[in-house]
Design a binder for this molecule. Structure first.
Ligand SMILES: NC(=O)c1ccc[n+]([C@@H]2O[C@H](COP(=O)([O-])OP(=O)(O)OC[C@H]3O[C@@H](n4cnc5c(N)ncnc54)[C@H](OP(=O)(O)O)[C@@H]3O)[C@@H](O)[C@H]2O)c1
Length: 244
């Protein structure tokens, strides 16, 4: 099969670990050159950069750091050429009930998961609009789609990603840009780790496939969604949850 992303240039936020890392590796395997950001884990960043070789680039840039993102975008475009694909993947959560949530907890989760998606998108959109092409894939979650037991601030942030995706898709379609929301169910590791036992059991009970998803399964779907083979899809939320 012809690779899906030959010659494309992609930026993945929070790409050093978990789902982001699988997306970086899969995009590379599908022919893209891949840049990624991370928050603090230097070892994970170095390991992935080694895997990506000359077709990889990384920067320690927070998703709300606009000057840092602008500078990194300039480096990406100097090294690889114009950016074709942005994956807003970075997100955080905390397993806390509402009564124990502090205002700061709420702000941290909303800032990383929602404001960071807005700010990073705004930085890359200027160039995409000028070139009249581009794809933005926002990583949402089943937690933003259905009434499942999950932290309130995290669910709220992921529901916001759906609204952001739909509104932005309408606004930028005239500039030749597609925007999508990929909403996975529970995955093998990452933000889903340390889940209370009863919540994992509840998920598996309601999941038709009876298992959690793998990062690789979601990364392969992501590669298809941003590819030109998926040219007629925009504004959609794609739920990949094994049938919950
Ligand atoms: N895992 C699941 O079960 C699951 C299910 C549904 C949806 N999702 C979604 O999938 C996406 C990835 O989750 P994951 O499970 O792979 O998480 P993860 O393993 O915790 O990885 C998160 C990545 O984001 C980076 N990051 C965190 N805050 C950042 C910031 N402010 N700026 C830049 N990068 C930042 C981290 O950097 P460092 O490595 O430097 O810390 C890390 O590389 C998220 O959007 C999440 O909501 C996950």
């Amino acid at each position: 099969m012809t690779p899906l992303l030959t010659g494309k240039v992609a930026l993945v936020t929070g790409g050093a670990r978990g789902l982001g890392r699988a997306i970086c590796r899969t995009f590379r395997a599908e022919g893209a050159r891949v840049a990624f950001t991370y928050a603090r884990n230097e070892d994970a960043k170095n390991e992935l950069l080694r895997d990506l070789g000359a077709d990889g680039l990384a920067a320690r840039v927070g998703v709300c750091d606009v000057p840092g993102t602008e500078a990194f975008l300039r480096s990406i475009e100097d090294a690889f050429g114009p950016l074709d694909i942005l994956v807003n993947n970075a997100a955080i959560t905390q397993n806390l009930p509402l009564a124990l949530l502090e205002e700061d907890d709420w702000d941290r989760v909303m800032d990383t998961n929602v404001k960071g998606t807005f700010l990073t998108s705004r930085v890359v959109l200027r160039g995409m609009m000028r070139r009249r092409k581009g794809v933005i894939l926002n990583v949402g979650s089943l937690a933003g789609e259905r009434a499942i037991e999950a932290p309130i601030h995290y669910c709220t942030s992921k529901a916001a990603i759906r609204g952001f995706t739909e509104a932005l898709a309408k606004e930028v379609a005239r500039h030749g840009i597609r925007v999508l929301d990929l909403a996975p169910g529970l995955l093998e590791d990452g933000l889903g780790r340390n889940l209370p036992e009863h919540r994992l059991a509840e998920y598996l009970k309601h999941c038709a496939l009876g298992r959690v998803g793998t990062f690789e399964e979601i990364a392969r779907l992501a590669a298809f969604l941003v590819s030109e083979r998926n040219a007629y899809m925009s504004g959609a939320t794609i739920v990949a949850d094994g049938g919950v």
